[in-house]
Design a protein around this ligand. Sequence first.
Ligand code: GCO
Ligand code: MG
Length: 445
Amino acid sequence: MERRDMMKGFGLGAAAGMLGLLRPTQDAKAAEAYSKATKGLPPLKITNVKAILTAPAGIRLCVVKVETSEPGLYGLGCATFNQRPLTVAAAVNEYLRPFAKGRSVDDIEDMWQNAYTSSYWRNGPVLNNGLSGLDQALWDIKGKRAGMPVYQLLGGKCRFAVDCYTHCGGGDLKRIEDSVKRGMEQGFRHIRIQRGGYGSPHLSKTADFKEAGFGLSSDSNMAVRPYVHGTIEMFEHVRSTCGDDVELLHDIHERIPPIEAINLCKQLEKYHPFFIEDPFAPEDNGYFKILRDQTCVPIAMGELFNSPHEWVGLISERLIDFIRVHISQVGGLSVARKIATLGEWFNVRSAWHGPGDVSPVGHAANAHLDLAIWNFGIQESVHFNDRTQEVFPGCPWVENGYMHINEAPGFGVDLNEELAAKFPLPEHPGFWRPVRRPDGTAVRP
Ligand code: GCO
Ligand code: MG
């Protein structure tokens, strides 16, 4: 061995020795700095990350629990993907858990950025939901450590509560009218109206593909014209029976060809809807320019978005009026608040996705963000049944059309794991049932 190598070896050894010596002091210094920065809180590590699956209302909810080195201190985050819950649980338990264990609970953005690229391939519904569970749970922990509700960490309140819309509808005009009147009596100022299921399949008579033995008999069938006519008739009826003041919303749910959706939006203009949702599938985002040129009906879009490529252009070119992302589908609260900030500069308001397939933790995350952002538009709300409220103590609640959260630190929602285990996921895996045109052509659901 050359002398130089030997000397170098010695130098390195010495350096290592010195470092070893230095390590404890560096840790001590870091702990001291940390304690100063956090008013005496000890640095905390993540000790476990797990996905909890439960269905107290028959809907496949997935919530991520992040446990820490402080006994009893944990965070909860929504990772609900109703159609693929088991894949999200695997992404969390098999990948995010080993990735996050031992890391700091505090550096939420750093964790998000690294977990986001830890799969190299990214921006998909399964991984984003896993990320969201981890992300939201870290915000929950930070709120608990700070002794503050998360909205306070986001800058405090811009409003006293969260204005919501509720779902009303029915198979025929009378039922829809009665349902809207009930919603108004409950205090809702904003009401979404649907005629039967999405695309009003019950109005479509013939399912020729079934007679031809194409597809499965369980496949659903819908034709374009009956839906378009039925929807215009519904708006006419509701406006004439429920008045002009109630704000009406409708979800086209990407069920008809883009040009038909443009025609429908134009014909609904005279009923001044609060917004028309998902006129197109994300694959047809290119049609928004044409729509904007044709009508000034307010447009909401985004529940199916998983990637910035889908929302940045629509917002920055002011091609939509409400961004409706499903917060866990985009990767969590850290992403949604950036989407909200982007929206503010182009006056695109929020209308986060909030139906039954968002857990109470996810609804709380929606509401905390809704309280803190200036460009809040409206929040979709659901009623949590008793079982759900028992499994998730601290659920947000709706009164007089406003969603309220409790002022507890974090998101204020807990999860009773024992009780959650009593409501296993339904047998049916959850995939979306095919929808077909009368000739059997597959329709975007
Ligand atoms: C809505 C949505 C939902 C989705 C459902 C998918 O506007 O609330 O369109 O109803 O269809 O969340 O699982
Ligand atoms: Mg929708």
